[in-house]
Design a protein around this ligand. Structure first.
Ligand code: SF4
Length: 511
């Protein structure tokens, strides 16, 4: 409904001759999707939630003309029943730390001036004027920035590997092929603050010695694609991309490649093939992309969120970044919080926070006062954690040890009414459909697993199916070629680990 709200505001501002006095700015996502569209009136910063076109004339007449707040549209605190006028006083935002999302919801993403006014491109300026390429890499290594797209491999190390390759032509790629069900982190960052990713790309390219970079983005994200392209053009016009950036002698051209939405193209070797115009299928590694990637040249792939962190690190310094999070997983992580939670939305939290805090303090607890049963963390490659694991720290290693993974940051909350077998079937169905078919364990194995799950959920399962699922799952993990197959059984195996009774109940009760 945002477009209608925007159109109505324009109409009302015109009607009251306020168009010169009041500037209507469209921002990116504020995060609290559950209560959108959100309208904030500055300079006082009064926030109005779930605004519809019908509410606009009241906001204009009451707030803008008479200076009176429209209380009915303000957030109501459930405990105190008080109306909360300011955005950041709401429980949803209190425990969040915003590095990556710091501009989302605050600036017009289509204006490079607004990005620069909030400190944008200072990281790039510092990188090319105060550091040599090795110095930039060292800064990122010192920040211990781990890749936000999956397994958490240190970004600085990856840069170092690529920069040490003797081949002079190198490429930088931003992986914006976000395809997990329930995930919209990268999309929101690119829609709300595209320059932060462009800046990160330019910094990373300077560090590794790349003169050409690509953002590989899903074509299903048309707004993100448009804003990204516009932002690249603006940066070129200001000399922040192109030749001799900021007089440093560093040249960098950034291109956009739209992907057709294959989940497997999020895998680095499939992604680079897709950019080359070939079918997006993974190849065996080694050689790693840092040795032979795009067109056989050393290539670094980082995801959207990782690159947005790079801009922060180079602008504020590694030390500032490591003030957030834990020693082994510094910084913050953006999650798409969905499922049976009250405040669905986009959240950014310091690493080390507990899952419970995310679900209850930020997410506002479970819908309809139900009990929580589990969370699926890390999307279809991740795992399911039961209620007694909610106090685990959200960091790469702890989640890995518990049989889940950070993944790119999908967090689906399930309540007592959710059937975990159905959930694992849902995720497996997704990965099975997205399997590229190149290798047998993933192509055939996931299909067999899915058949068993379908049997079980129809009440036609047999006791031996449980062992069969475990055996097949382990085999697929150990023998598949790429990350998609290696992680596809995770939702099934992790629910079997914690909720085997539920599978047995389906089998024993025949339903
Ligand atoms: Fe394709 Fe699956 Fe094999 Fe990956 S593991 S190469 S997605 S068949």
């Amino acid at each position: 409904g945002c477009q209608q709200v925007q159109d109505k505001f324009n109409e009302e501002l015109d009607k009251h001759n306020l168009s010169n006095e009041v500037k209507l700015i469209i921002t990116g996502c504020h995060g609290l999707c559950e209560l959108g569209p959100i309208v904030i009136v500055y300079p006082e910063g009064t926030s109005y939630f779930t605004v519809s076109a019908e509410d606009v004339s009241e906001i204009v007449e009451e707030h803008l003309l008479k200076g009176r707040k429209v209380e009915r549209l303000m957030y109501q605190d459930e405990e105190s029943a008080e109306k909360i006028p300011y955005y950041n006083e709401i429980g949803f935002y209190k425990q969040q730390e915003r590095i990556v999302l710091s501009n989302c919801g605050y600036i017009n993403p289509e204006s490079i001036d607004e990005y620069i006014a909030r400190g944008g491109y200072q990281g790039l300026a510092r990188a090319v004027t105060e550091f040599d390429p090795q110095g930039v890499t060292e800064e990122v290594i010192n920040a211990n920035l781990r890749g936000r797209g999956g397994a958490g491999f240190p970004a600085g190390k990856k840069w170092k590997f690529a920069s040490q390759e003797p081949e002079p032509t190198k490429y930088m790629v931003c992986n914006a092929d976000e395809g997990d069900p329930g995930a919209f982190m990268d999309r929101s960052i690119l829609e709300g603050d595209p320059h932060s990713v462009i800046e990160g790309m330019a910094i990373a390219s300077y560090a590794i010695g790349a003169e050409v970079g690509y953002v590989y983005i899903r074509a299903e994200y048309p707004l993100a694609v448009r804003r990204l392209k516009e932002a690249i053009q603006q940066a070129e016009e200001l000399g922040l991309l192109g030749e001799n950036i900021l007089g440093s002698g560093f040249n960098f051209k950034l291109k956009v490649k739209e992907g057709a939405g294959a989940f497997v193209c999020g895998e680095s070797t499939a992604l680079t093939r897709s950019i080359e115009g070939r079918r997006g299928m993974p190849r065996p590694t080694p050689p790693r992309s840092t040795e032979k990637g795009l067109w056989g040249k050393p290539t670094v792939l980082n995801n959207v969120e990782t690159l947005a962190c790079v801009s922060f690190i180079l602008s504020k310094g590694a030390e500032e970044f490591t003030k957030f999070g834990t020693e082994q997983s510094p910084g913050t992580k953006v999650f798409a919080l969905t499922g049976k939670v009250n405040n669905t939305g986009l959240v950014e939290v310091p690493m080390g926070i507990s899952i419970r805090d995310i679900v209850f303090d930020i997410g506002g607890g479970i819908q309809h006062g139900n009990k929580i049963k589990a969370v699926q963390i890390g999307g279809p490659s991740g795992g399911c954690l039961p209620e007694d694991k909610l106090d685990l720290s959200v960091d790469f290693d702890t989640l890995d040890d518990a049989g889940a993974m950070m993944g790119s940051g999908g967090l689906v909350v399930m309540d007592e009414e959710t059937c975990v077998v159905d959930v694992s079937k849902f995720f497996l169905k997704f990965t099975q459909a997205e399997s590229c078919g190149k290798c047998t364990p993933c192509r055939e194995g996931t299909k067999r697993m899915l058949e068993i799950l379908e049997r079980i959920t129809k009440g036609q399962g047999e006791p031996k199916d449980i062992d069969l699922l475990k055996e097949l799952g382990e085999m697929i993990i150990n023998t598949s070629l790429c990350g998609l197959g290696k992680s596809a059984p995770n939702p099934v195996l992790s629910t079997l680990r914690y909720f085997e009774d539920e599978y047995r109940e389906h089998i024993e009760k025949g339903r």
